[in-house]
Design a protein around this ligand. Structure first.
Ligand code: UD1
Length: 371
């Protein structure tokens, strides 16, 4: 039986660990899983709501780290996590994605000689000013089993000299959660709550430091978005970082005078309902680029690069960067069309069965690595 510590820290981790933990529990004779929450995200709306919506048990171990600079946050997680690994003696520590909790827990485990599995391995934006890119490269370089969501991940890891036998293409586990919860999300009353009609509004999320921490960049983005909102209402669940920048930069009135409606961060099921009924998503998030691909919703990515190029190949995602003219042009092009994504495709292993393949690979590891 494999004892596994499954790490969650920030919002985008919860929907990745939920199906993996559920599959491990289902295969009770093979796995003994625990959930460790670092507390990187701590607001009820950024964390607790997801456990309820995703049917995950409360974390078995909570490190209660909270916010701090990158160095302090990463170091605090490491300090608190090391005694947990020493006490629990897991066979594996399983980390997901690219947040500070991912690299902190991977580094602790690797130095204690505990095997690390990285889910969502191999993604690269090739932009080292992005904190997540550093987390991805470092985590991949010390992981024992690298589980990739799409073939580009395997190619990137090959180029970095990571042996093929450590790398397994398993598909996108976030899409397991998406497909599993679409039906439950239908019960959400989010459209009524904000008086929205299906396919007659756009959804906006923004939280990248590069977009919201610089006043000029954020202002230019808001100018373009407020013009788009004259053609279609935009609903904007604002991340805490973004909400505090809006206050700090004095942008509240600018937003109020547009047809952009700021709301609090939403739970998983409400957000799923909101996104799946929208005409268009505008975002700088990584996960949303993938979820819109699985849902065949047009997505404009407000970044200069993406670590998820497959979402562009499939026909749903367009990289528009932060140039207001380009953002408006592409948004208007999508809005004019009846069904912009009618020929879009979904990648082969984004099929809702990735958690099963992840568990199989953990079990197969010993055999494949000694060959
Ligand atoms: C983190 C991840 C990012 C992910 C994002 C999703 C890293 C480096 N970044 O960015 O990859 O896409 O989460 O949300 O790990 N805050 C709250 N309440 C919370 C959490 C944060 O108010 O529950 C505030 C913090 O005080 C801080 C800001 O939001 O001012 C940023 O939080 P932080 O965890 O540093 O990074 P994110 O920007 O959320």
């Amino acid at each position: 039986m494999l004892k596994i510590l499954n790490i969650v820290g920030a919002r985008p981790n919860f929907m990745k660990i939920a199906p993996i933990y559920a599959e491990m529990k289902r295969r009770g004779s093979e796995f003994s899983p625990l959930i460790v929450h670092t507390g990187q995200h701590y607001d009820a709306k950024m964390s607790d709501a997801f456990f309820d919506d995703l049917g995950m048990p409360k974390p078995h171990i909570h490190l209660e780290i909270g916010s701090a600079s990158h160095a302090v946050q990463t170091a605090k997680i490491m300090l608190e996590f090391e005694p947990v690994v020493l006490r629990e003696k897991p066979d594996w520590v399983l980390v997901v994605g690219d947040v500070n909790s991912t690299i902190a827990c991977a580094l602790v485990s690797s130095k204690l000689g505990v095997k690390v599995a990285h889910v969502e391995a191999g993604l690269r934006s090739w932009d080292r000013t992005m904190p997540e890119e550093i987390n991805r490269i470092l985590t991949d370089s010390i992981s024992d089993l690298l589980l990739t969501p799409s073939p580009d991940g395997n190619e990137n890891l090959k180029k970095e000299g990571i042996p093929d036998k450590k790398v397994k293409l398993v598909g996108n586990v976030m899409i397991d959660s998406l497909f599993r919860n679409l039906e439950f999300a239908k019960a959400s009353k989010i459209l009524e709550r904000y008086n929205l009609n299906e396919k007659d509004y756009a959804v906006l999320t923004l939280h990248r430091p590069s977009n919201v921490d610089d006043r000029e960049t954020f202002k230019n983005l808001l100018n373009a978005l407020s013009e788009i909102s004259r053609k279609i209402p935009i609903i904007f669940p604002a991340h805490p970082r973004t909400a505090s920048r809006i206050e700090e930069f004095g942008f509240s009135d600018k937003i109020k005078s547009s047809n952009i409606k700021i709301i609090e961060p939403l739970g998983y099921l409400d957000f799923l309902n909101l996104m799946s009924n929208s005409k268009l998503v505008l975002t700088d998030s990584g996960g949303l680029q993938e979820e819109t691909t699985a849902l065949k919703i047009p997505c404009l990515t407000l970044r200069e690069n993406t670590e998820r190029p497959i979402t562009i190949e499939m026909g749903t995602n367009i990289l528009v960067g932060t140039n207001p003219e380009k953002i408006k042009k592409e948004a208007f092009r999508i809005l004019e069309k009846e069904n912009y994504t009618k020929d879009a495709k979904i990648p082969p292993l984004w099929d809702g069965k990735t958690a099963v393949r992840i568990c199989d690979e953990l079990i197969n590891y010993a055999e494949t690595c000694t060959k």
